[in-house]
Design a protein around this ligand. Structure first.
Ligand SMILES: CC(C)(COP(=O)(O)OP(=O)(O)OC[C@H]1O[C@@H](n2cnc3c(N)ncnc32)[C@H](O)[C@@H]1OP(=O)(O)O)[C@@H](O)C(=O)NCCC(=O)NCCS
Length: 132
């Protein structure tokens, strides 16, 4: 089991609701991305890197609708690492007294570890961190 995990939670409020009366998926993607970023930055915390940035997002599945007043609890886990890349799997569980707890959304992310050059541009950086 990966030791690089992170949790991130949000409460679904009125501004997050779409015309169908459920959570707008774009907010869910942002919350998954933040959870993945938290796990990625834990993974590289002992390196000289500036940060890790989102390079790709795939296998996104919206499995269950999420409603006003639900908590969305995202669980992110580093599942693989390359030279500069970090693969993270994220599961989002919706939870409320009214609707119970259910797996609402899953996705995989690729983050890339970066440094900044003198012009402020990101350059990929070999993090030399393994999952062991
Ligand atoms: C991140 C960035 C610096 C990478 O630059 P780059 O030099 O072109 O990097 P590469 O194409 O060589 O890819 C870097 C790594 O990502 C991997 N990668 C690239 N595209 C990928 C994809 N679509 N899916 C999965 N992995 C991918 C590469 O295999 C490589 O992995 P490795 O170093 O572990 O072997 C650049 O793409 C960038 O700045 N992107 C924008 C980031 C951003 O603004 N994100 C949103 C806000 S956080």
């Amino acid at each position: 089991m990966s030791k690089f995990i992170a949790n991130y939670s949000e409460l679904v409020q009125y501004q997050h609701i779409n015309a169908a009366g459920s959570l707008f998926g774009g907010y869910m993607l942002a919350w998954l991305d933040l959870a993945a970023g938290k796990a990625a930055n834990r993974f590289i915390k002992d390196t000289e890197a500036y940060t890790a940035v989102t390079r790709a997002m795939d296998k996104v599945e919206f499995k269950e609708p999420v409603f006003l007043g639900d908590w969305v609890n995202c669980e992110a886990k580093v599942i693989d690492a390359g030279n500069s890349s970090i693969e993270i799997s994220v599961s989002a569980f919706a939870e409320s007294k009214r609707h119970g707890k259910r797996l609402a959304c899953t996705a995989n992310f690729t983050f890339v570890t970066v440094i900044k050059n003198d012009q402020g541009e990101f350059l990929k950086y070999n993090h030399n961190v393994s999952l062991d």
